[in-house]
Ligand binder design. Structure first.
Ligand code: CAA
Length: 389
């Protein structure tokens, strides 16, 4: 039987981070609301010369060894902070990463759910053509209005997943549960650079979806709750994963105490507490956080993954952690990446938040700020210009 799953994976993030203590001081909020109430400590922010493409290229670069490139069949780029209404952000990666010409590249959108959708498409593609690998990327900059309640839940990151018939991290089960509910809890009109959100509605839409996907998964003969060693949830802020986990347990007749919830999801929240919301990437940085930080050997254990994208579409899927997975992780790199970020003052953050790019087609150069392998160099003739260093 064909095994399909994640062979390799990596995270990239922005050059900067803002400690939420800075935001709390400025907004006159008790910082415990952010630390405890939302479960967030910091958020990443992109430099002037970074965007979803540079983060995506940085995430994908370490997993694209020359022999992997020759086996690549498709690139599926998931984002809800797209940079163009027509050209897929993934196509820029061909030049930046020297990808082959005989690949298909598309962009996938449905809020934070899009990367999970791309993953399901990738599994189907690998089933059809097992000798080809699929690069799935989730890359986003989560940006809300300054001073609004969404502001502490901003963030930026990209996750790259190599999906193939030779998984080394996790092998996916075929059964999934899906749930769609047309609701206006969170959206971003084409003319807006910040997301619009009805925060309380978004939380209840998420929790309704937790029940909806689980009921569908069970109706399709999915594994029982007791089969799962760990659950990873989409984490717009890590406390949301706690709410989701408590809801899923209750759906299965189990009333968890707060310390039990915390203990069961803690290892999935290590990165997102510091990255902030990375929308499409968030669930998969939770998965890598689990694999890289849990103190149990998860080999052969079943993990549940729950993706939620406002609007809303959700999916519950599962996989078995591959024996020997520890030898294929990049935990040290990810810790280093977080440690290397440059701390923002509130004033610099505010300047970056309100910064806008020309829209008249004039030539414009971004300052050289970031130190990573890829830069968003500027604009000319309405085209974005990228550079690989
Ligand atoms: N110490 C400790 N905790 C405190 C506190 C203090 N001093 N003050 C408040 N709190 C707690 C509150 O009790 C509350 O906890 P519970 O949720 O457990 O009750 C928590 O901090 C948040 O407080 P509020 O409910 O008053 O928060 P808020 O009105 O400021 O907004 C929010 C919170 C709605 C999440 C807002 O940040 C927001 O709109 N965020 C963006 C939307 C979002 O992330 N929605 C999540 C679901 S949608 C999704 O998942 C898709 C996506 O990525 C966007």
């Amino acid at each position: 039987m064909l095994r399909i799953g994640i062979e390799d994976a990596a995270i990239a993030t922005g050059h900067y981070f803002l400690p939420l203590s800075e935001l709390a001081d400025h907004n006159g909020i008790d910082v415990q609301k952010y630390y405890v109430g939302l479960g967030q400590e910091q958020f990443s922010w992109v430099a002037e010369d970074e965007d979803i493409v540079t983060m995506a290229a940085s995430a994908a670069q370490p997993i694209l060894a020359p022999e992997v490139k020759t086996e690549l069949g498709s690139v599926l780029f998931a984002t809800e902070t797209g940079i163009d209404q027509s050209k897929s952000a993934g196509v820029y990666l061909q030049s930046l990463l020297d990808l082959p010409k005989n690949i298909r590249v598309i962009e996938v959108k449905q809020a934070c759910y899009a990367a999970a959708a791309a993953l399901q498409l990738a599994c189907a593609m690998v089933a059809r053509e097992p000798n080809k690998k699929v690069l799935v990327i989730g890359s986003d900059v989560a940006k809300y209005e300054m001073g609004g309640t969404g502001e502490p839940t901003q963030g930026a990151a990209a996750v790259a997943l190599l999906v193939s018939a030779s998984p080394k991290l996790i092998e996916f089960d075929a059964t999934t549960g899906v749930f769609t509910n047309d609701t206006m809890d969170f959206w971003r009109p084409n003319y807006s650079t910040t997301a619009h959100v009805d925060g309380k509605t978004s939380i209840s839409a998420y929790l309704d979806a937790v029940k909806g996907v689980w009921q569908d998964y069970q109706a399709k003969g999915g594994a029982p709750y007791s089969d799962f060693a760990r659950f990873c949830y989409h984490q717009p802020f890590t406390k949301m994963a706690a709410k989701a986990h408590r809801t899923l347990a209750l759906e299965n007749g189990i009333r968890l105490t707060s310390p039990q919830v915390e203990e069961q999801i803690a290892s999935t929240t290590v990165y997102n507490r510091r990255l902030g919301n990375s929308y499409t990437a968030s669930l998969f940085s939770a998965l890598l956080s689990l694999l890289e930080n849990d103190n149990q050997d998860l080999s052969g254990k079943r993990i549940g993954l729950l993706s939620f994208g406002s609007g809303s579409v959700a999916e519950f899927f599962s996989g078995i952690v591959c024996p020997g997975y520890q030898g294929h992780l990049r935990g040290k790199d990810h810790q280093q990446m977080l440690a290397d970020r440059v701390q923002l003052t509130y004033e610099k953050y505010a300047e970056l938040h309100e910064r806008s790019l020309p829209t008249d087609g004039s030539r414009f150069q971004n300052p050289i700020v970031s130190t990573g392998a890829f830069r968003f160099a500027g604009l000319a003739d309405h085209k974005r210009l990228y550079e690989a260093r």
